[in-house]
Design a binder for this molecule. Structure first.
Ligand SMILES: Cc1cc2nc3c(=O)[nH]c(=O)nc-3n(C[C@H](O)[C@H](O)[C@H](O)COP(=O)(O)OP(=O)(O)OC[C@H]3O[C@@H](n4cnc5c(N)ncnc54)[C@H](O)[C@@H]3O)c2cc1C
Length: 484
């Protein structure tokens, strides 16, 4: 990562933390005078935040979007009670840019603190055996050493590695001094003395990132853990986390409404050509756009299918081609009756089978009331379901819950299904930095290519998820303003 970009990011992070945009930090002549036509590709959070920052600076901005909706990987199901999320689920009080956007564009926040104790009430299924958390410390398949056997599998990595995280700051994952950590999480944990069984149960049954600990860089995992730790510190004394009133999709919707030029939907970009004068963008429907600068927020998985001329430099092109991506699919289910009251288990559960997590959503006014269930499939299990026709995948989820919990028989209906791998405008979920990819690609993947600028969560430095997307949009807008 070039030093200038990292310095800029620290400055913008602090500026945003004071609930203002980075615009305030720009020199006066740029704010007052310069007008330039900028085209933003993609109306997810990063593209919308870039567009609004540029609009605020007085530039003429247009946003085009391939889907028939804005929000990208923020997707709330308005057809399911409580508007559960298939994309970004929640955000913490330290998401300064996102929370500023909510305040600026009139989006209310729902404090999830009252729901949090319910979220922790989960059973573990090993095969079809239900293991209540009270039985886990003495269970014969608990591979953790004493005195850590009492930790639930999903809390083990954070509890053990978190306090010893060698990364001191959010952006330290990009520091060449830590390059030796750019190996597989599996190898790194083995080096710490973890057994294969410990890695399997603590990571691989529900991989946070990657398909398993073998195909994610330890450096990425430690970077994400640092980000989460900082978020927890920033949340102290405040809410645990939030969603937006009406579902998180209300945030990009409100941002899009604040644009002077409405987002043009149904514009699938297929080619981008740049010359000394500007950039031309071609869409599948034959539409062409020309702009002085283009900000591209398209994820690498889709970007690699788009012709770019002149071609990106070799390493950046390789980064776009090869950067890993998370496999994740979700089903949202209605329940006719609370079957967990019949089998005596917790409503939510983790399993070592296809269902990494089934979580009981509590999105009504009473946190005791379950409004729907969300089934999360990750890694190879998600990939297997993604290969099925959708009806078969939906039926398969119901069968799997019924297999583990016979009391659920006949009680479930899938109301929504989202496979991010099969979504043509995502082709996967968040960027996964595989072993060796942080050192090989992180410094180049988001680099401007003449008048073509890049944003998107995969180009974020100090933040992850939604706040990473916002950070990246802000950085790309500042790049345009500094070169306009
Ligand atoms: C299941 C899930 C859970 C998550 N949980 C959280 C969470 O709890 N907290 C959190 O902070 N983050 C979470 N995230 C991550 C968060 O949603 C993303 O990091 C963020 O929304 C990414 O924003 P973006 O602007 O970078 O990309 P996107 O939202 O993907 O935006 C890119 C846009 O480009 C458009 N596009 C793609 N191809 C083309 C094309 N050819 N032509 C035109 N337009 C195109 C897309 O349609 C999209 O609108 C989660 C994501 C998922 C899927």
């Amino acid at each position: 990562m070039p030093a200038s970009r990292r310095t800029l990011d620290r400055r913008t992070l602090l500026t945003a933390a004071a609930s203002t945009t980075a615009l305030a930090a720009l020199p006066r002549p740029l704010r007052a005078g310069t007008r330039s036509r900028v085209l933003v590709l993609g109306a997810g959070l990063s593209g919308l935040h870039a567009a609004l920052t540029l609009q605020e600076a007085g530039l003429d901005v247009r946003v085009i979007e391939g889907r028939d909706r804005v929000g990208g990987r923020v997707l709330s199901h308005r057809n399911v009670p409580g508007n559960p999320e298939s994309g970004a689920t929640s955000f913490a009080p330290g998401y300064a840019r996102l929370i500023s956007a909510c305040a600026a564009y009139g989006v209310g926040l729902v404090d999830l603190t009252p729901i949090f104790p319910f979220f922790l009430q989960r059973d573990l299924y090993l095969g079809t055996e239900r293991v209540p958390l009270s039985a886990w410390p003495t269970h014969p398949h608990n591979p953790f050493p004493e005195p850590l056997k009492k930790l639930p599998p999903w809390a083990f990595l954070g509890a053990v590695v978190g306090p010893k995280n060698p990364l001191a700051t959010n952006d330290a994952w990009l520091d060449p001094a830590h390059a030796a950590l750019d190996v597989s999480l599996h190898d790194w944990l083995k080096g710490l003395g973890w057994s294969d069984e410990m890695i399997h149960i603590a990571y691989d049954i529900g991989p946070g990132t990657g398909d398993s600990a073998r195909n994610v860089s330890a450096l990425m995992t430690l970077g994400s853990m640092k980000f989460q730790q900082v978020q927890m510190e920033l949340a102290r004394g405040k809410a645990m986390s939030y969603t937006a009133v009406g579902g998180n999709q209300a945030i990009p919707e409100a941002m899009a409404k604040a644009l002077k030029n409405p987002v043009e939907l149904g514009r699938k970009v297929v080619a981008i050509g740049a010359d000394g004068q500007g950039v031309e963008v071609h869409c599948e429907g034959g539409q062409r756009y020309r702009a002085d600068h283009v900000v591209c927020s398209i994820p690498t998985t889709v970007l690699r299918t788009i012709r770019i001329e002149p071609a990106l430099p070799a390493t950046q092109a390789k980064a776009v081609r090869e950067l890993g991506v998370q496999t994740i699919s979700l089903a949202h289910l209605a329940t006719k009756r609370p079957f967990w009251e019949d089998d005596g288990g917790a409503a939510s559960f983790t399993s070592d089978g296809a269902l990494a997590l089934v979580t009981a959503e509590r999105k009504g006014s009473d946190p005791k009331q379950v409004t729907s269930l969300t089934a999360w499939l990750r890694g190879a299990h998600a990939a297997r379901f993604d290969r099925m026709p959708e009806a078969e995948a939906r039926a398969g989820i119901v069968r799997e819950i019924e297999r583990l919990r016979p009391a659920a028989k006949g009680q479930l209906e899938v109301l929504a299904w989202q496979s991010w791998k099969n979504d043509p405008f995502a082709l996967g979920d968040w960027a996964v930095w595989e072993p060796g990819q942080v050192t090989a690609f992180a410094g180049v993947v988001g680099k401007a290519h003449g008048r073509l600028h890049f944003c998107g969560e995969h180009t974020a430095v100090s933040n992850r998820g939604m706040e990473g997307a916002m950070e990246s949009g802000e950085r790309a807008a500042l790049e345009v303003l500094q070169s306009a």
